[in-house]
Design a protein around this ligand. Sequence first.
Ligand code: FMN
Length: 190
Amino acid sequence: MVKVVLLSGSPRPDGNTYQVLEVCKKEIEKEGLEAEIISLARKDIKGCIACYRCGELKRCAINDGLNEIIDKIREAQGFIVGSPVYYGTARGDLMNALQRIGSVSRSSDNFLAWKVGGPIAVARRGGLSNTYLEMMMVYFINEMIVPGSTYWNIVFGGKTKGEALKDEEGIRTVSRFAGNVAKLIKKLYG
Ligand SMILES: Cc1cc2nc3c(=O)[nH]c(=O)nc-3n(C[C@H](O)[C@H](O)[C@H](O)COP(=O)(O)O)c2cc1C
């Protein structure tokens, strides 16, 4: 079955980023597609160590749980990533994950190519556009297809869990985006 993986980069398993991805998951399911959220909470995703072994192994040489996530992404047709903004950038663990996922894809069978999806940034106040674009770099160097929405995928959250859901325009934007991801997958793979 066609499927979308949604990766939450927040260390809080039920935080704002996760809740925003839950909204996206529902939109994707409304279109009849399967969706699964994977959270990096309680995981310790290391940075790439430049061992250059992924070409030969076709997986990452570091065994910290990311290979299991890569297997799920490889099987999916869609890949959406959400990150909280930390100091004006994406959370470190999330970028560790994206850089290693990208490296495994590029040094094996380019499994990211033609997957549909895109990034979503969640923050209290500042650094949303930076973070959105930082994650987008990974999409566009891997031949991925990113549909638009009626605004950029940025949502105002805060320290309190649930705040992001109150950002009406942000939620409307990411809902439309997630629906567009699903519609495009159906056109390409349905
Ligand atoms: C270490 C740290 C750094 C943060 N840096 C920023 C920042 O630069 N800009 C901002 O608007 N919010 C910043 N925040 C707030 C989070 O982005 C915000 O609370 C977001 O809603 C958290 O998402 P979560 O609930 O999914 O963890 C920071 C939070 C932490 C813990």
